[in-house]
Write a protein that binds this ligand. Sequence first.
Ligand code: F6P
Length: 545
Amino acid sequence: MDFFTEIAEIKADIKQAENRTILSLFNEGNRAEDFSLTAAGLFLDYSKQNISQDELSRLIAWAKENQLVDKINSMFAGDEINNTEQRAVLHTVLRAPEAVKRHVLAEQTSEQVIATEQQMAKIVDDVYQGKLTSSTGAKFINVIAIGIGGSYYGIKVGLSALHPYHSTGLHLHVLANVDGAAVVEKLAKLNAATTLVVVISKTFTTQETLLNAKAIKNWMLAELGSPAAIEKQWFAVSSNVEKAAEFGLNPAHVLPMWDWVGGRFSLWSAVGLPLALAIGNDNFARLKQGAYQMDQHFKTADFEQNMPVLMALIGMWNRNALHYQSLAVLPYDHALRALPGYLQQTDMESNGKSVSKQGDKLAWATAPIVFGQEGTNGQHAFMQLMHQSDEVIPTDFIVALQGTSDLEEHHKVLVANCFAQSEALMQGKTLPQVEAELKKQGMSREEIQRIARHKTMKGNTPSNTLLMQSLSPETLGAILALYEHKIFVQGVLWQINSYDQWGVELGKHLGEQVLALMNDGNAEHQMSPSNVNLIKTFVQKHSLT
Ligand code: F6P
């Protein structure tokens, strides 16, 4: 039976699903305990979701009927589940023990993976110990990582989340966007003689990354006056070693990536080098260990107690049964402020599709629109809409029991706000409740009549609350792996390929046409009159007034 027939059947049986309150579900058994679990150092409370035990059980049974167990094993075994690019999806093997690497990968490949890990660790040690210095002999002080998308977001989220673990004394900078202002901003902070550059691009053809790398290269050559600077101070991470060599990089400084590691899942590879340079090899190993623990949980736990599977099924219930279109990811943790952005790529670039693996138009919705920012900031911005618009926006709250500062009162207020928001989204406030409250405050009947309806809140907004003891390399690794696997399960059950990203091709192609037309007004193009006009305005630098 397909998911949507199943959903329709479940909803037919419990036609009150749309009308019941989540709060009423707490009358069922010991919901707070029954709808929570611990795995890989994380605690998930999903009891504020609008789903009953019976509905969840039927979805779990349905997932089993659809061979989810086999699909999970197939991914970990290295089958070519990325069917449109005929590739395996094996980023998980990068964080597994060597024995697993040797078991899963072909011998030559496993040797290359292990050698690359060792090379990466040696670079980190040698830089830290001053064995690897700049072309001027100076110790490195700054590192700039140049990359975009999956060659940026993972590093970004790691650097900000693990700031307390920055232990090498190096200052890390990341450059992604092709806006010259970003280049200027970074260069103002760098000294060419003490800067190590890591260019990260799986294809080594990404326009933004190559232009940024060229700008930094020209700057460094101008500052230091010798090609030895590029030879000694530049590293690259790419699956396209030839292109990296063409750019003028020392081939011995190019660390490989493999086609079975998707860009948005590549932090565990040498793409993580800038992060390892900041936090050291031991902490980078701890990050991978945390992710590996989540992998093991995902592979072995019964679905009834499987965190990624439960989050995936509930996410599909919200998306396809209750027709909620978005997912808010709200880390109540300043250090996790880059997580929503990271998950926008991981989720929306994986499952933002409408054609099945076989190429058939899907009859159901897929990835939600993922957004968010650190709490409590959202409470002073978009959460007004979440409380009082008609949009129901399922939310993932993420918070640590222990903060990373010693400001205990701050952390208590932060956590209190996190818990309060999930409760407010669920409980809301009805008109009678508002009226009674205002009456109790002594407000006149006329005043209550005037203002009460403006103060009602819809409630019944579902949420997960994900807790951890503290944000550490292990818990960050577990969080990232948790979402990777949630997205995998949803892709499998939505019958889509989560591992290609053809949707970015057209924009790249048209970008080249626009650039050509900017450079030559007679260039061939397929632009609309709107774009022709916009390009003309840019070229002539019309003052818009
Ligand atoms: O966004 C499209 C994309 O191909 C991502 O999947 C990838 O992470 C990013 O661009 C950068 O690609 P590359 O690592 O090849 O420069």
